[in-house]
Design a protein around this ligand. Sequence first.
Ligand SMILES: [Zn+2]
Length: 430
Amino acid sequence: MKKKSLVVKNGLLVTVNPQMEILKADLLIENGRIVSIAPDIDSTNRDVFYADDLIVVPGFVQTHVHLAQTLFRNSAEDLPLLDWLEQKIWPGEASLTPETLRLSALLSIGEFFKGGTTTIQDIGIVKNAHVLFETIAETGIRAVSSKMLMDSGDGPQIIIEDTDQALTESLELLQRWHGYDNGRINYALAPRFVLSCSNQLLKETAELAKKYHLAVHTHASENKKEIELVKKRFGMSNIQVFEYLGFTEVSLRLAHCVWTDEADRQILQKYDIKVLHCPSANLKLGSGIAPIPDYLQRGINVSLGADGAPCNNNLSIFMEMRLAALIQKALHGPQSMTAETVFKLATIDGARALGLDQEIGSIEIGKKADLVFLKRNQVHSIPDENIYAKLIFSARETDVQHVMVDGQWVLKDRQLLTIDENEIIDKIKL
Ligand SMILES: [Zn+2]
């Protein structure tokens, strides 16, 4: 079906283009892409959307999330990472049915849209990962997702799979979903973390990634106990393990990287490894504070994600942006993480982490129309001499009024258009 052309009039555009321009201008959207940015675009015979008093920003990109964990929100409190996984999360994930997994994904995506997130990188689930892809497809969110790989370690037997079976299923999902809907959905290989994977699984995953030119999305160096156990097993650091096994030859995306030494950071820099920073989760699990200003100084790409709802306990990019700035300011001084820098982490740098920076992450001609419209004039956020400060420190996710992905509305007047919010809440509430 040919998509209509739409003129967005009079919005304040926070473009995140290379000049970081903020413009009062119109946008012309055709076939899901931005084709013109100019004052007074002719709206004859075109649909018009008036964005007076709205701020228009690129759709936010969250590069590390767990669609499968949202039903465990508010049920796994006050535990460190490895206990949190063993006592709460792995048994919870093992208990999901296709129906409850779908509800978890719908709840998550509804929250993403209502908070302005239009692109996610989801690390998937071991069993029934196809349900995640089907839910992503029907809701219209842009996503990279995965079957999560686990074939060893301390998890319940029900989610620890045979190595060959896990990889065979990954390839089936890859063939079914990679590039789906004009590239809106993509596939990445996702070993959960080194400790839940055998050497054979890690080696074969690296080989498959090279063979099919796939990205690898995993957790790394989140927690001190985790890095000690990895060192004991391999005799080298967690980050060095990835280099040793050949993961640095493909697009490698590592959630957390809280505990890294100088040698690790040189590896991150040398191979352009993408750091997926999850400040809320790192704080709440007591894992620590990632050395983000140091990574940025080295030119390492950093982006943001809410991680799973049981360690956060929400999926708000606004919360992550605010914390990403504040925790570094407390440690390294008020200039260590500006609002403008953080806004880039949540938009264009997120797009770059996913290899999508030619398609999304900014408001520029030729890019896909993934856009978020926020109320500008609110008691909690005016005046706004510094727009980035407003967006990071004053704005709230409830300021998000309308959201589109690929030029298609998914949220209008804060109503979800592709998800029945009331039905989901009725099914989930206690
Ligand atoms: Zn995670």
